[in-house]
Design a protein around this ligand. Structure first.
Ligand code: UDP
Length: 246
C-alpha cells in the first residue's frame, strides 16, 4: 500500500481512511519495517512552526493521521475532504490486531496507577495481548528506559507522554529499536483505564470532543486558546495549495 500525503502548513498528513491506515500499520509491524506514527492536531502543527526539530520529527514520521477535528477543518479549508481518524479508536483497533497476531507490545506513559489499571483492562479485553514491557510516564532516566526497551524488543510501542514529549521520545527510541513500530497516544491510557471518560457519542459525531474535554478539564482551555484561532487564521492566510503538493 502506497502512502499519499497532503500538506497543511508544511506538515505532511496521510490520506488513508481508517481501515487502510490499520492495514498499512499492521503491515509495518508484521514486516518489522517499524516506524513512527503521529496522531496530529493543530497544537502540534503550531509547535512545529516554532520548532524545526519537531517539524523534522513530524515530517519524518511513517504515518501521520488527522486526529484533531481542527486538522480536518484546516484541510477542508484547503479543499481536502479527509475523514478524521480518532487516535483512541485507531490505537484500540491496533491493539486488537496485536492480540490477534501475537505481536509483542510495550506501554510507556501515564501515571503509575493509571497504567496498571489500563493494562489490566486491556488484558481482559484482548485475551492474547502480549505485553512485554510497561513503564509509567514520570521517569527522568530516559537512558534506562531505552536500555530496557531494547532488551525487551517489543514489536509495537505505545507512548502516552503528551505532545511533543512522546514524539520526541519515540524519535530517540527509534534509533535503538528501528524494527519496532511506535505511536504517540496522548491521553489514551487515561481513557482505557477508565480514569477519564470519552465524550458521549453525540459530541464525537459533531466533532466536539474537545469541547466536552474542556468542560471536564478546564485547564485545557489555556492550551486551545489562543493556539486554535491562530492556527485557523494561519491556514486561511497561507497560500499553500495542498491539492498540487504531493
Ligand atoms: N504524561 C506522562 N508524563 C509526563 C506528562 C504527561 O506520562 O511527563 C501523561 C499523562 O499522565 C497523560 C498523558 O501523558 O496520561 C497526556 O495526556 P493528554 O491528554 O494531555 O495528551 P494530549 O492532550 O497531548 O493528547
Amino acid at each position: 500500500m502506497e502512502r499519499k500525503t497532503v500538506k497543511l502548513l508544511g506538515i505532511n498528513i496521510d490520506t488513508f481512511g481508517f481501515e487502510d491506515a490499520v492495514e498499512y500499520t499492521a503491515d509495518l509491524i508484521k514486516t518489522q519495517k517499524g516506524g513512527q506514527i503521529v496522531t496530529i492536531n493543530p497544537e502540534m502543527i503550531e509547535t512545529a512552526l516554532k520548532s524545526p526539530y519537531f517539524e523534522k520529527i513530524l515530517n519524518n514520521a511513517d504515518l501521520v493521521i488527522p486526529d484533531g477535528v481542527g486538522v480536518k477543518i484546516g484541510l477542508n479549508i484547503k479543499g481536502f475532504n479527509l475523514k478524521r481518524i480518532a487516535g483512541i479508536e485507531f490505537s484500540t483497533k491496533l491493539l486488537e490486531e496485536c492480540s490477534k497476531n501475537h505481536f509483542s507490545i510495550a506501554l510507556i506513559g501515564a501515571k503509575s496507577h493509571v497504567l496498571k489499571k489500563a493494562v489490566q483492562i486491556l488484558k481482559s479485553e484482548f485475551k492474547e495481548l502480549n505485553i512485554v514491557y510497561t513503564q509509567d510516564g514520570y521517569f527522568n532516566d530516559t537512558e534506562r528506559v531505552l536500555t530496557e526497551l531494547k532488551e525487551k524488543s517489543p514489536q509495537f510501542v505505545l507512548v502516552a507522554l503528551g505532545s511533543p514529549k512522546q514524539e520526541e521520545f519515540i524519535f530517540e527510541a527509534r534509533k535503538i529499536l528501528p524494527q519496532a513500530l511506535m505511536i504517540g497516544v496522548g491521553g489514551s491510557f487515561d481513557v482505557w483505564s477508565g480514569e477519564v471518560q470519552r465524550a458521549p457519542e453525540i459530541y464525537q459525531k459533531l466533532g466536539l470532543e474537545w469541547l466536552y474535554r474542556t468542560t471536564k478539564e478546564p485547564w485545557r482551555l489555556k492550551r486551545i486558546f489562543p493556539t486554535l484561532p491562530k492556527f485557523f487564521l494561519r491556514v486561511l492566510l497561507s497560500r499553500e495549495n495542498v491539492k498540487r503538493e504531493r
